[in-house]
Design a binder for this molecule. Structure first.
Ligand SMILES: Cc1cc2nc3c(=O)[nH]c(=O)nc-3n(C[C@H](O)[C@H](O)[C@H](O)COP(=O)(O)OP(=O)(O)OC[C@H]3O[C@@H](n4cnc5c(N)ncnc54)[C@H](O)[C@@H]3O)c2cc1C
Length: 650
């Protein structure tokens, strides 16, 4: 880097000196508010609330995801703070259904409930963030006219979606196959010579080197271009190309069982017997899917998901394929993996699955967004002032953290549930004939302390996967073209994955066309603490995330990109125009498949015990399926609506 970064360079995520002439009024407005304000504080300082026309969270840069202002109330609840229900200002609002959590699961629950009970039903959706969508969030970069995704990236495993989840998308007007057929530019990377690459860092491998064409034209030739030592090169080639049975004498079932209880690191060390540098090469190669490194990922899951990740490696023999074949496990797929959709990665709106959330809101609240198709939602502006209007049957109330959910009377007999939430520091109460908790499941024991003890313990066990999805808007991508790299795996760097957003154009939105135009670079960090059990690692990673300031992420982004792409002409000062850091301390659902997890019988799995209905309260969210997938979020919403619909109306 030419100059050390100061807070003058970036204010609230926007490059100040370099990019200011390009900024549109909203961004300039954001700059006025001083260094790194939270969106909520920013809106508050300007007197802008969700009901005002100026409220538009997707265009905020800086720290997003679990932004400041979104989690403090929930953490205070965890730490013992209680709000007196009697003292809560009673809004006097009564609903047929109150949904806690405005992610895809909560919005889908509202949708299914209205479908089941008619357009006249009254529903309130509460969410603690300043924007709806949960993990399915959108980042807009108005200076470059670009859209990025802040979380939920794509529609995965579409052929295997349930009829209900498929039906929901079809009703909304989404035909996912159009991504593959029409919107995704399959030629883009080829046309510009953009390949998969690995960034070897000097601290681990002795020299900084970005080496593209992973495994091509042969693994031997690829290895020869890396800074790996001779023994490591030979071991990598051996592992990638020789079909060896590393667990001889066992049946495929016995091998699978053994590999589920052994870390991938141990498998490489003790069975493949590779050089330490090869272990470092694989250190974080599937961390983005599991939230830990290979010391804590079961070998079978690493092997099979590595094979599954072939799509990211241009469909060639991906990492780990030869080992699986050698052990007679080549047909294996990790439990929960999307099946039968080889090119799943192409089912991607420019804002990821935020478009699904936006289409749900457009359907639930007429007038909240213009248009009616899966194309026009991409550039549509949501009118947030329409989301929580008294005249509306369905309302979405943001910046509102539920702190108590209780039956008014015995759960078996009560006709109403009271939900207390905190907004702007003040407790408020609403009532519903039924309630669906589509929030993170591990907060539910604090919301409903009256749940059975066994259920509370099961709910509390889940430790969601902490993740960071940072988006950097680049002024141009000439350096990427020169490096011949679009998808970069960085085994030991701060961000383990760096890639150009997917080449999708649809509706009025166009992906970058030439290297002198802006593009969004997407960067993934998985915070964890190797060496301890996975669930503890995820908890430690979450603490790291909450205590890492935005400036640290900025600094790391600039430094890492400078080291990776500097030799190809990249200049962080000149090329980075804006940064949005989507911080998800509570990211993917806990899969309950850690190495040291017991083999729970299906009906005793923690998510199953945890999601049991309680009086008029039911539980949704992808956590309830122990599956970090959108179809799971929708399926759990459908189940929860079936459950509450069986209760007597108030
Ligand atoms: C970075 C990232 C990338 C992902 N990529 C994909 C992908 O490509 N494809 C895929 O299928 N899945 C992906 N997922 C998984 C994703 O979790 C699901 O697909 C889906 O979006 C989850 O929806 P949900 O509604 O179940 O949960 P969430 O999106 O988590 O929504 C729950 C909402 O409830 C809110 N809430 C919690 N407690 C309270 C409270 N007390 N009061 C009010 N609100 C509360 C939360 O803050 C949140 O907004 C990804 C997840 C992450 C984190």
């Amino acid at each position: 880097m030419k100059t050390p970064m100061t807070r003058k360079d970036f204010l609230n995520g926007i490059a100040f000196a370099a990019g200011s002439t390009l900024l549109k009024p909203f961004d300039l407005f954001a700059q006025e508010s001083g260094p790194d304000p939270s969106a909520r504080e920013y809106f508050l300082s300007k007197g802008i609330t969700q009901s005002d026309p100026g409220y538009y969270p997707p265009a905020l840069t800086g720290m997003r995801g679990s932004h400041p202002g979104s989690f403090e109330t929930a953490h205070a609840l965890r730490d013992g703070k209680r709000w007196k229900t009697a003292g809560a200002s009673d809004t006097g609002e009564h609903y047929d259904l109150v949904v806690v959590g405005g992610g895809i699961s909560g919005l889908a629950a509202a949708y299914f409930y209205r479908q089941a009970h008619g357009a006249g039903v009254k529903i309130l959706v509460l969410d603690n963030h300043d924007d709806f969508g949960g993990h399915a969030k959108r980042n807009e970069f108005r200076s470059g006219g670009l859209i990025g995704y802040g979380g939920t990236q794509e529609i995965e495993g579409w052929p295997n979606w349930s009829p209900q989840a498929k039906g929901l998308l079809h009703d909304l007007g989404i035909d996912p196959e159009r991504f593959e057929k029409v919107y995704y530019d399959h030629e883009f990377r080829k046309q510009h010579g953009l390949k998969h690459a690995v960034f070897f860092d000097k601290e681990t491998f002795g020299a900084d080197a970005l080496v593209n064409d992973v495994g091509l034209p042969t693994w031997e030739q690829f290895a020869a271009r890396t800074p790996l030592a001779p023994r490591a090169r030979a071991d990598l080639v051996r592992f990638q190309t020789q079909e060896v049975d590393y667990l001889p004498g066992l049946t495929p079932e016995e091998k699978s069982k053994r590999l589920l209880k052994m870390s991938f690191q141990r498998f490489l060390q003790e069975h493949v017997k590779v050089d330490q540098q090869v272990i470092e090469f694989f250190r974080t190669f599937v961390s983005g899917g599991f939230g830990v490194q290979i010391d804590a990922i079961p070998a079978l899951l690493a092997l099979t998901s590595g094979q599954f990740l072939n799509t990211y490696w241009d469909g060639q023999q991906g990492p780990t394929g030869a080992a699986l074949t050698g052990m007679g496990l080549s047909g294996a797929a990790f439990p929960g993996a999307p099946q039968g959709q080889e090119r799943f990665v192409y089912y991607h709106f420019p804002d990821g699955n935020a478009s699904i959330a936006r289409m749900l809101v457009r359907s639930l609240i007429p007038g909240s967004a213009p248009g009616s198709t899966m194309e026009d939602i991409v550039t549509a502006n949501i009118d947030y002032s329409r989301l929580d209007q008294p005249a509306s049957n369905i309302r979405v109330r943001l910046n509102s953290t539920a702190v108590q959910v209780q039956h008014l009377g015995l759960p078996t007999h009560a006709r109403e549930v009271q939900v207390t939430y905190v907004r702007d520091g003040k407790p408020c109460a609403v009532r519903g004939a039924t309630c669906i908790l589509a929030c993170y499941n591990m907060i539910i024991p604090y919301l409903c302390p009256q749940l059975p003890q066994k259920q509370k313990e099961a709910l509390a066990l889940g430790a969601k996967v902490p993740l960071v999805y940072a988006n950097a808007q680049l002024r141009q991508w000439t350096s990427l073209q020169k490096a011949g790299a679009a998808m970069m795996y960085c085994p030991n760097s701060y961000f383990s994955e760096v890639y150009m957003d997917f080449p999708v154009s649809m509706g009025g939105y166009h992906y970058t066309r030439s290297p002198d135009q802006p593009v969004v670079l997407h960067m993934v960090r998985v915070p964890c603490q190797p060496g301890i059990p996975a669930r503890q690692q995820r908890r430690a990673g979450r603490v790291q995330l909450y205590t890492t300031p935005f400036e640290t992420f900025e600094q790391q982004i600039r430094e890492q990109l400078g080291r990776m792409l500097g030799p190809s002409g990249f200049d962080p000062d000149r090329d980075i125009e804006a940064i949005t850091v989507n911080r998800w301390p509570h990211g993917y659902a806990d899969f309950f498949r850690d190495i040291d997890d017991p083999d729970w019988p299906p009906d005793q799995r923690p998510n199953v015990v945890g999601r049991q209905p309680f009086g008029r309260i039911s539980i949704a969210n992808s956590d309830a399926a122990a599956s970090a997938q959108t179809q799971a979020a929708i399926d759990e919403a459908y189940r929860a609506v079936q459950e509450v619909s069986r209760r007597q109306p108030a």
